[in-house]
Write a protein that binds this ligand. Structure first.
Ligand code: MEV
Length: 306
């Protein structure tokens, strides 16, 4: 049977979230432990089967407004407006947890639609289409999520300026803890924008300091200076909390990780819920941190060797 398949994976922002919206650098890691596959097959009507909805795409709930828009944009680009198919989305990326679910779904779906119509898809076009979806999901996305959810290497990224893939030389583990609360990237980004308008000098200063930390951590990764990197992550968490994008659950998990021997810990992604990450020097400490996070009510935990 005619079909098209697309894949993308999760992501973790190591450092620089929020500041990256304001053109400061950020570092993000592909997190392929969680991933999404979209499969397109023939159908008389435009239908979708995913966690949010099983039925007509036109009757999907608001959470799928970005999917509706990206499907329409793909058909428009392909000169296939009016064509119908069935979209099946299988994802293990937790939704609204700062792991790039919306960008990954957009990337996988764009790839699947182009494959279905047997049409080449350039990286630039895929990015532009995924960004269109991200703009609906997040308001003013930096583009980092759309890039890293299809990258197989870590990225150093500056909005509209630089995307550099690099290899991590550091030998360490990241432990990831899910607060169990839906992150609210769109609202957190909007609230920071309001704060920045109300108090530009204070917020701009914090944004700039996050940019400096990103560059420091890039160096730390190259030289395996884990202690300085952990310290940088703790400072980033302080700045993000001062910007108002952390919350009580994330603060609790960050504290628990540091008490259990992490070298540093911070939220990852949009904040206001979602996930945090902690840096551990070796597997034994990583396991202790993971246990401490579970004891502090993390709903899920993962480990990633750097
Ligand atoms: C969301 O994963 C990361 C933010 O920096 C927003 C963005 O980069 O568009 C909060």
């Amino acid at each position: 049977m005619k079909h098209g398949i697309g894949h993308a994976h999760g992501k973790l922002i190591l450092i620089g979230e929020h500041a990256v919206v304001y053109r400061q650098p950020a570092i993000a890691l592909p997190f392929s432990t969680v991933s999404v596959t979209t499969t397109i097959t023939p159908s008389d009507q435009m239908t979708v089967d995913c966690i949010y909805h099983n039925g007509l795409l036109s009757e999907a709930p608001g959470e799928l407004a970005n999917l509706q828009a990206v499907v329409a944009a793909c058909l428009d680009f392909l000169g296939r407006t009016g064509d119908c198919f069935h979209i099946k989305i299988d994802s293990s990326i937790p939704q609204e947890r700062g792991m790039g679910s919306s960008a990954a779904v957009a990337n996988a779906t764009v790839q699947a639609i182009f494959a279905y119509f047997d049409t080449d898809l350039s990286g630039t076009l895929r990015f532009d289409l995924a960004q269109l979806s991200e703009t609906i999901a997040h308001g003013s996305p930096s583009g980092l999520d759309a890039k890293v959810t299809v990258s197989d290497r870590p990225l150093y990224f500056i909005k509209n300026t630089e995307t550099t893939a690099f290899d991590v030389k550091a030998q360490a583990y990241l432990v990831i803890g899910d607060s169990g609360e839906s992150g609210q990237t769109k609202l957190a980004v909007a609230s920071l924008r309001e704060k920045k308008e109300a108090n530009p000098s204070r917020i701009n200063h914090l944004i700039q300091k996050l940019g400096v930390l990103t560059n420091q951590i890039r160096q730390n990764l190259a030289t395996n200076n884990l202690h300085e990197m952990g310290h940088g992550m703790n400072l980033a968490q302080d700045y993000l909390a001062e910007m108002g994008v952390s919350n009580a659950s994330l603060d609790r998990l960050v504290k628990a990780a540091n008490r259990a021997g992490a070298l540093g810990a911070k939220l990852t992604g949009g904040g206001w819920g979602g996930c945090m990450i902690a840096l551990s020097q070796n597997l034994e400490t990583a396991r202790q941190v993971r246990e401490a996070l579970a004891d502090s009510q993390a709903s899920q935990t993962w480990m990633l060797a750097l």
